[in-house]
Unconditional design. Structure first.
Lengths: 312, 312
């Protein structure tokens, strides 16, 4: 089944266009929770893997009936070396088993033959020569190299019902250093990237009206998000930057389609560390994450309902 | 010691500005070589890691006294899942132990807090919370997100004597889809990226006259390489695309400085699979790699000597 259709269906079923970002740090794990795992595993080799994987699994368990998708950020696992990657592999598998849609945030990019290797690593049922690779539902990618670095991903999306989200306008403060440069033809660089994304995604538009070749459009830039939506009526948006990065619900929904669909809003730290905001003990991080997830869902619903109706 | 100085010193010592690219596939490993490893390891769990790591180590052993640097492409390891990453970790460690300068080709890019995690993963002595991460000498990165996605890498370069190579003009056929768009101010997008790379790298120019913030400039685009060199007299160039991708010695040296320095030329498949070109049995892949490496070195030396002298 087309990835965009599958994601939209799950969002519709839960009435919640949000995504749980997983940016784990060992220092986020409550001591009592860690101690229990250390006792069970006897400490020693493999403990970092166990800590990271079980912490992320607890967050997934807390929201799997209310949030449709999860976005593990691979950098936060890579910073723990090979053990971190083993944990990452565990988390992707666990999330899929819990029926969450897994969007791996890895922003991969390279020339064609290398992009093929990345596609095998992340978007195929099995990796090279039948190795068990990371097998996610979708992957973030960077389109700086143009179509031949993107085609292997698009091919995997078509063949295996997977998706990609290509960086368009990112959520960080210096996004504009390159992305806002003005082209001779009047477009900004990020608009040119949007037009490339449109052309790459056209063959993979599903019955939902959206393509499995999506775009990353930061929640921190609502003006730009509205402009990009106009250019890209059929593109699924992954909207990061909600919560800890400063994006609010009103801004986050700016990039949704007129019918309030075709987008998923990611929050990581504001969900993972919700116990701070909710004045709960650290040990209740999972309950707090659920409470914050419900608030986020309701805030997005309200913001979508309150949007001024614009002429199509 | 400044990374650019260290790399230039090693290039000067060996009289060879080339780099061994490692893009391993299990299918490249000769059957007799694989069989010996299977016998030693008893097959089973961990065999993919052993095969990939020992194959790459044999290539390293074949050239460590004649080639200054090695560039493992992480995608080729990721496609084998967690075992591939374990092999990648082994290979980085082994290459550094053999005193090769290790440039990890991973083209990482993200917002500031995530880029910090990547910097810990690849450019620090140890990863997060003292985990043993990948600890390379240098990393390729993608600058699409602007300075706050680059600063954590630059900080690690300054603090730990490491380097980065930022994508500028890539070696692939569709490099121009975005990189050749013309800006309103007359520059191409890749020239704007070059100017950003210049400003990011200025604080890290070493005694060699080159900065530890380098640029990736494909061997397949000599015209562009010459133009970028004019803009970036103090930037170290990583020049991929030599050999299998079609780049020749004359084109590859187009990006070197007037004094014939400040650049390193990468070849992967043409070295790894040199036994085909040299009509040697597959079992002699390492000897063939060495023979091809010597030919590549001599071709680059000749091409550098033959360059037309241009007015500074």
């Amino acid at each position: 089944m087309n990835f965009a259709d599958r994601l939209q269906e799950r969002i519709d079923a839960l009435g919640n266009p949000s995504c749980l970002g997983l940016d784990p740090m060992l220092s986020y794990i409550p001591e009592a929770f860690a101690e229990r795992i250390r006792m069970e595993c006897g400490g020693g080799a493999g403990i970092v893997r166990e800590l990271l994987a079980r912490y992320c699994s607890a967050l997934i368990d807390a929201v799997t009936d209310i949030i449709p998708a999860v976005k593990p950020q691979i950098a936060y696992f890579e910073q723990y070396g090979p053990e971190g990657i083993l944990a990452f592999h565990d988390v992707v598998r666990y999330a899929r088993r819990r029926e969450m849609i897994v969007i791996v945030d890895a922003k991969r990019n390279d020339i064609g033959s290398t992009a093929e290797a990345y596609a095998r690593a992340f978007l195929r049922e099995s990796g090279a020569e039948l190795s068990p690779a990371f097998n996610a539902d979708a992957l973030t990618v960077n389109g700086y190299l143009g179509i031949d670095g993107i085609r292997p991903f698009v091919d995997a999306c078509g063949a295996e019902g997977r998706g990609i989200f290509v960086l368009c306008r990112t959520s960080n403060p210096s996004a504009g250093d390159l992305q806002d440069l003005k082209l001779a033809d009047g477009r900004f660089v990020y608009e040119a990237m949007a037009d490339l994304i449109h052309s790459w995604g056209e063959p993979l538009i599903g019955t939902s009206g959206f393509s499995s070749v999506g775009a990353v459009v930061g929640a921190t830039w609502p003006e730009e998000a509205r402009a990009i939506r106009k250019r890209l009526p059929h593109t699924f948006f992954l909207i990061p930057g909600y919560g800890a990065q400063g994006g609010k619900a009103d801004g986050a929904v700016a990039g949704f389609s007129e019918s309030g669909r075709g987008a998923v809003v990611n929050a990581a730290r504001s969900l993972m560390l919700a116990w701070k905001k909710h004045n709960l003990p650290e040990a209740q991080f999972a309950e707090a994450c659920r409470r914050e997830a419900l608030e986020m869902r309701d805030a997005l619903r309200l913001a979508l309902a309150a949007r001024p109706k614009r002429p199509e």
